[in-house]
Design a protein around this ligand. Structure first.
Ligand SMILES: Cc1ncc(COP(=O)(O)O)c(C=O)c1O
Length: 398
């Protein structure tokens, strides 16, 4: 007893965990890690109360689509629960290759590789290709998985102002023409809902021989023909080298993908630690994503409804004078500027039966503390009316 007390006190890392301010605040105010007891579409039950889900990334609302659910069930029965192995060793199945081919086709690419998480796929899209001595030009507001990929690559990183071709031009001008370069951007920025200024950014990248990686986790399913994403939206398929993304949003599954030329994907399969040493995605995950991909191409109503709902929702927020950071997509932030304003707003929405997510600095730039909301094709007009009432109430509470 005395000995364990002594060793506990000596372990600095245990003390760090025990005394961490951020964790103490999180546990005190409990804004995250809510456990829902039930879900049906955009309705969830939390602490016995029915709520409207307003922060899911189920943009097309396919997570309860009968065809998607059935595909997952059938795959589970046919293939079991897991491959229990990495793709490199015992984990590759025909359904992986089938989904990769379909995704590659849809995105107008030669090849594709799927991973167990969007986070891993996007991280490996950077880490597998860039190396020490290279320069990575990164938009300041890219997702954490891309920053992790940058760190892992050990390349030199130069940041440019968010979505600013002018700043990219300035920053890139200072890099030696002989240095191998990579541009890392998102198609649709997850917090801001901004669409990348791809025509200008890709033109600069081309001029300077930059390999371009675009994370389209929030553009896929939302923009472009049948939801082909940001690159298709601009018709710039030949200007972006790698499109990576997530299957946990419009594809209503989990997992991630990297799509590119055959050479690039085969290089990734040789060099990506996230691929070589991580288990393959499970049968039901892959089957759900594949079913959603088919629905995107055969049932256009989901995309139409998503945009109709987005327009209605934006009009509601605009009429209340809320700051949506000029979001152009169904990912709509409500910028409140400080955590002292975000918390009561978020809590008031919760009290009124609307579930949203708080995002505070350093997760977002200082002064941009916000409530992240996202619209789904599944939201009903009745739900949008309730959301409007809840927003008005939360605003009054401020
Ligand atoms: C821009 C972006 N990239 C990648 C990811 C990671 O995807 P996943 O949650 O499927 O791992 C996310 C998820 O939030 C994201 O927003």
């Amino acid at each position: 007893m005395a000995l364990s007390f002594f060793t506990k006190n000596k372990k600095a890392l245990l003390a760090r965990c025990r005394d961490d301010y951020q964790t103490k605040m999180r546990l005190k105010y409990a804004p995250w890690y809510h456990s829902m007891e039930a879900q049906k579409g955009t309705t969830v039950r939390l602490a016995g109360k029915e709520m409207i889900m307003l922060s899911s990334n189920d943009y097309l609302g396919l997570s309860f689509h009968p065809k998607v659910v059935e595909a997952g069930r059938a795959a589970l029965l046919k293939w079991g629960t897991s491959t229990t192995g990495a793709r490199t060793s015992n984990g590759t199945r025909t359904y992986h290759l089938e989904l990769e081919e379909k995704l590659a086709d849809f995105l107008g690419r030669e090849a594709c590789h799927i991973s167990v998480a969007g986070y891993l796929a996007c991280m490996s899209s950077v880490a597998s290709f860039a190396q020490k001595g290279d320069v990575i030009l990164a938009d300041k507001n890219i997702h954490s998985c891309l920053w992790d990929g940058i760190r892992l690559s050990v390349a030199t990183v130069e940041r440019f102002s968010h979505n600013s071709p002018d700043d990219l031009r300035n920053v890139i001008a200072a890099v030696s023409p002989d240095t191998p370069k990579m541009l890392v951007i998102e198609g649709v920025y997850s917090m801001e809902g901004h669409i990348a200024r791809l025509p200008e950014l890709s033109e600069i990248a081309e001029e300077h021989g930059c390999f371009t990686v675009l994370d389209d986790a929030h553009g896929f399913g939302v923009l472009g023909r049948q939801g082909r994403g940001t690159v298709d939206h601009f018709g710039l398929n030949d200007k972006v080298d790698v499109i990576c993304g997530s299957m946990s949003k419009s594809l209503a599954s989990t997992g991630g993908f990297v799509a590119s030329s055959k050479d690039v994907i085969e290089y990734l399969r040789s060099h990506s630690k996230q691929t070589i040493f991580s288990a393959a995605i499970s049968p039901s995950q892959a089957a759900c994503a594949q079913a959603s991909l088919e629905i995107m191409q055969t049932e256009p109503d989901h995309l139409d409804r998503l945009w109709a709902n987005t327009r209605k929702y934006r009009a509601i927020l605009k009429s209340l004078g809320l700051d949506t950071w000029e979001s152009e997509t169904p990912a709509v932030p409500i910028v409140l500027g400080s955590k002292e304003r975000v918390y009561p707003f978020w809590k008031a929405l919760l009290d009124k039966g609307v579930f949203t997510v708080m995002s505070i600095a350093p997760g977002v730039p200082v002064g941009k503390d916000l409530i992240r909301t996202a619209i789904s094709a599944m939201h009903t007009d009745e739900q949008l009316e309730k959301i409007a009432d809840a927003m008005a109430y939360a605003l009054k509470k401020l």
